[in-house]
Design a protein around this ligand. Sequence first.
Ligand code: ADP
Length: 476
Amino acid sequence: MSEYALYIDGQAVAAKTAFPVVNPATGAVFAQAPLADAETVESAVAAAARAFSATGWRDDESLRRAALQTAAERLEAAQEVIARLITQEQGRPLAFARAEVAGAVAVLRGHAALPLPEDVILRDDTESLARVERRPLGVVAAITPWNVPVILLALKLAPALLAGNTIVAKPSEITPLSTLRLAEAIGSAFPPGVFNVVSGAAETGRALAAHPAVRKIAFTGSVATGRALFRNAADDFKRLTLELGGNDAALVLEDADPALIAEKIFWGAFWNSGQICFAIKRLYVPAALQKRLLEALLSRARKTVVGDGLEEATELGPLTTATQLERVRALVADAKSRGGVVHTGGRVPDAGFFYPPTLVTGLGSGTPLVDEEQFGPVLPLIPYTDAEAALAEINANPYGLGASVWTSDVERGLGIARRFESGLSWVNEHQSLHPGTPKGGWKWSGLGYEGGREGLEAYRQLQVVHVARGAEGGHS
Ligand code: ADP
């Protein structure tokens, strides 16, 4: 049995069975999470549907704002306990886990105060009133991955609820505990049924996504699952927001100073051990600069403290799963077999799913480590002589989440940044997001936007209301 509970209809609910949760810093099981079966998913969706039909929630904007505000306060009060769970189940250093919870608090607070766009009046005179209004969609299924579990939930939960929907969230089976604990902390801020959490693996997610009462799926995860959800949603035209993978490039121009940019590039690639959808995953470097940039990155890599995230000095934690560690090892072995040269920094603990920050030279496109998403602390450096050709190669990749250009000539950088085929485009930085950023991928990286005004509108639909006026009452 699990000491954690599902959260359904305003109640902590026990499950009949449980599944193990592993601490990637040790490789050992440290807790059991409740497994929601199809019947339990049914009861969660039914509760969310009832809460949506009840007029109170969807018609009372000030109630929703107050609830989000209360939820933000309760989440803030639970920051430390949730941050420790993130570190234990996901692996990242505690300081970054605390920052993730603080970020989720900011998302809830920001949405509590985010204006809902005004209705648009098309006509308003003695004969007729015609107005474009916006309505919530209904029950939203929020399906989240393991790399940044709490903030990715907050980015779905806050706009969905502000817009008047109700929600059933399903965290990843790798990192369920932080979301279950979040529900315990903030659930009672909402009327029963408005916010529900069911944990489980793909089967639980499939049952949730397929439920006919679910009107929208908000998903962050792999391209393969995104495709399956997109196909299956066609049956009853469920709305979708998909945030999928990325293979972000950083394009260094010949006027960049390796000593100045190395630290930022290092963290742009290796933060969260590279397990960020918009981390730098390919580094294009002028051939003449490669040696200096490699040395600067390698010296940073050698200094990096890799270890258990619960230790305060740790800068990089383990990979989150054994599968991910195997994938990274296999990609590096493949790179070596193709003539790639592997430069490894630092020592890592023996137990757990650790991998040191690693740079690989001698590869070009057409090799898996360059073409695919590695999602780990390994970065290939690809030398080039023609920036236009490098840009074309960057854009030829099917992913289009983010890209960055590094230069001392900001105007020139901006010109290139605007030509990246990606939803996020940076000059001299990577991964930075302002509050209110509508984050969305081009091409295989996703569908729709999450965050900001556009993210909010993804949880509403238009209704045009006409009212006939005058003596005839519209019978003309
Ligand atoms: P990742 O490789 O990042 O874990 P996945 O796409 O496998 O990406 O998982 C992301 C989320 O989607 C997890 O919560 C997972 O349980 C869920 N999931 C996986 N397969 C399905 C599916 N077929 N339908 C619905 N949810 C799924």
